[in-house]
Design a binder for this molecule. Structure first.
Ligand code: DOR
Length: 433
């Protein structure tokens, strides 16, 4: 591997530095050495980037890498390879592994696996409650000492306001620690296979109403107000949740929110063929909900896009709809989905997409080496993509699983190079290792 790499003539889109211009970027010894025009490529590997966009490497603050415990679905290595192929340089795997990441030993194990794979920076999320059981607080202090900055019981909602209050109050005593909530009132959502409404009635599937999310969002925002703690809301799916977040932000609460590519692209109407790859939690809601999510992402009410990459075994997803587990893989399709469905039709520009997929998640996660700015001396964590290249989503995937909601769709926008600390993890669209 050459020590110097010159990206020549790329459209550099870097919201963190307020940059959107055709330029060269020179990388040396893991860092950005220069950004400018007509840079000297002597002694460098020169990558021609005419017509391509160069941006800070993408950051996924919400993925499931399944290791330890379900290595048949994904490992830290395969998940990181899928992430790199999708343009990501940092990933935060959720704590619902087996054993649960509710103590420093599991956190260290995941981090060690990530260091061995050397494809992405991995920021393991710690559980809020022991075993995700919602009864006793996990060893948050021990995990903070091990470097964890985000905690979540994702897959489940913290069941009582009291435990959430205690956790937010405790988390507040540390700098920059954030609790990420999977907002779902279990008593209302229980048994629900999809969004409750016209389409669940016609398909004959049990529904989970939007209120299951909205009740939890309202409760959690109230607890954030009570404690002054820092709260992040995972995978919002409903228009009324968005309204609650909008008001909470106007009030000055310390709250951030994310949305997934699949909730931005699909709605409950798409379930007509009982495609289990579209069974996700929270469920795909109405076209009106989707329109609100898109608008909220465009105007910044929703800060970030997160994949909720959720690999599942083929035989599990081939089961009847009500027996299949919820989740879609998403790392390899996130950028293409956002460029095709949001940037293409003019709902937002590339700059806002990069902000939502790199800058904002890096800031929320505290991943200081990621999300730009692309400036001299900064670590070279970068993505280069072709906004015009079309491709069809189909196996094989770099992920071990193939349960993609986007299977068979044509996406416009393809990752060409991904660079982690100055080393190409993906070049010409292919992982280097
Ligand atoms: O669809 C989902 N799958 N949503 C979740 O919250 C959990 C995830 C999983 O772990 O499979």
């Amino acid at each position: 591997m050459a020590e110097r790499t010159l990206f020549r003539g790329a459209r550099v889109v870097d919201p963190a530095a307020g940059l959107d211009d055709v330029m060269d970027v020179l990388v040396q010894e893991g860092g950005v050495a220069a950004v400018g025009s007509g840079l000297d490529g002597l002694g460098s590997t020169v990558l021609d980037c005419e017509g391509l966009v160069l941006a800070p490497g993408l950051v996924d603050m919400h993925a499931h890498l399944r290791q330890p415990g379900r290595e048949d679905k994904e490992t830290v290595e395969t998940g990181c390879r899928a992430a790199a192929a999708g343009g990501f340089t940092a990933v935060a795997p959720m704590a619902n592994t087996d054993p649960v990441a509710d103590n420093a030993a599991v956190i260290h194990e995941i981090r060690d696996l990530a260091v061995q794979a050397d494809l992405c920076n991995v920021f393991p999320v710690g559980a809020i409650t022991k075993g995700l059981e919602g009864e006793f607080m996990a060893d948050i202090g021990e995990m903070v000492e091990a470097g964890v900055r985000m905690f979540s019981d994702d897959g489940r909602c913290v069941p009582t306001a009291r435990i959430l209050r205690n956790a937010l109050t405790y988390a507040k005593t540390f700098d920059d620690v954030v609790l990420a909530e999977h907002c779902e009132d279990a008593s209302l959502a229980e048994g629900g296979q999809m969004h409750e409404g016209y389409h669940s009635y016609t398909l004959g599937l049990a529904g989970a109403p939007g209120e299951a999310e909205e009740i939890a969002v309202a409760r959690d925002l109230a607890v954030a107000r009570l404690t002054g703690g820092r709260l992040h809301l995972c995978h919002l799916s409903s228009a009324r949740s968005v309204e609650l977040v909008r008001r909470a932000k106007a009030e000055g609460l310390r709250v951030t929110a994310e949305v997934t590519p699949h909730h931005l692209v699909f709605s409950d109407e798409d379930l007509v063929a009982y495609d289990t790859n579209l069974k996700v939690n929270p469920p795909l809601r109405t076209a009106e909900d989707r329109a609100s999510l898109r608008a909220a992402l465009a105007d910044g009410t929703i800060d970030a896009i997160a994949t909720d990459h959720a690999p599942h075994a083929v035989e599990e997803k081939e089961a009847e709809f009500d027996r299949a587990p919820p989740g879609t893989i998403g790392l390899e399709t996130a950028l293409g989905a956002v460029l095709t469905e949001l940037v293409g039709p003019g709902l937002m520009d590339v700059r806002r997409a990069v902000e939502a997929m790199a800058v904002a998640p890096a800031r929320i996660l505290g991943a200081a080496d990621h999300g730009g700015p692309i400036e001299m001396g900064r670590p070279a964590n970068l993505v280069v993509f072709d906004p015009a290249a079309s491709w069809v989503v189909e196996p094989p995937f770099h992920s071990k699983s193939r349960n993609s909601a986007f299977l068979g769709r044509t996406l416009q926008g393809r990752v060409i190079h991904t660079m982690l600390r100055g080393e190409l993890t993906v070049t010409d669209g292919k992982p280097t290792r």
